[in-house]
Write a protein that binds this ligand. Structure first.
Ligand SMILES: Cc1cc2nc3c(=O)[nH]c(=O)nc-3n(C[C@H](O)[C@H](O)[C@H](O)COP(=O)(O)O)c2cc1C
Length: 169
């Protein structure tokens, strides 16, 4: 990838993947990026549960009534789980780590998507049971990663919502 700007332009949510597995070396470097995420007071309250077993991932598509299509084809699902007793910034810490996973996947030319789990119906307990995640950890999201099986447009710099920027004199 040429620049961080281009990486941000190309990072989109990909919810359909081919059956090609993700190389272990690619997955390892994506996970290293998560482990380098910043966190409040450097408390690193996150744990990452990495699953490449289709028989575990596919049934999780039913963990919520909507918003889970990426789990129907993903070859990799990573649960980002955090101990809220360790840090009052755990949700921010988890979101940054999850986003590092997504950016790293995009940088590898792979597709990824965030599937929200925390506070979503029965989803958290189902993911916890499937991945054997201890009860003291909150499951924030599943990050799916795989080879893209759909086209998405790059972000157009001309069409960004510049109204969101507020310059203070
Ligand atoms: C906190 C958060 C939760 C999300 N939850 C879901 C989800 O449960 N299911 C889903 O399909 N996409 C989910 N997404 C992806 C968003 O829908 C997506 O990022 C947004 O529509 C912008 O599209 P883009 O990622 O292609 O730029 C989530 C994204 C974030 C940041």
């Amino acid at each position: 990838m040429n620049s961080f700007l281009e990486l941000c332009r190309s990072r989109r949510s990909y919810r359909k993947y081919t059956s090609e597995p993700v190389d272990k070396s690619q997955l390892d470097s994506i996970l290293q990026c998560a482990l380098m995420s910043p966190s409040g007071k450097r408390l690193n309250p996150w744990e990452f549960f990495v699953c490449t077993r289709q028989e575990h991932i596919r049934p999780l598509a039913a963990c919520r009534s909507m918003g889970t299509t990426m789990l129907q084809t993903a070859p990799v699902a990573i649960a980002v789980a955090l101990d809220s007793s360790l840090s009052d910034t755990w949700q921010a810490d988890g979101a940054i780590a999850a986003h590092n996973l997504l950016l790293a996947a995009a940088d590898e030319g792979l597709g990824g998507c965030w599937c929200h789990i925390y506070n979503r119906e029965q989803a958290e307990q189902q993911v916890r049971d499937t991945f054997h995640i201890p009860q003291n950890l909150n499951v924030l999201c599943l990050i799916t990663i795989g080879h893209k099986a759909e086209e998405r447009q790059l972000y157009d710099l001309q069409k960004l919502n510049y109204d969101k920027l507020h310059y203070i004199d």
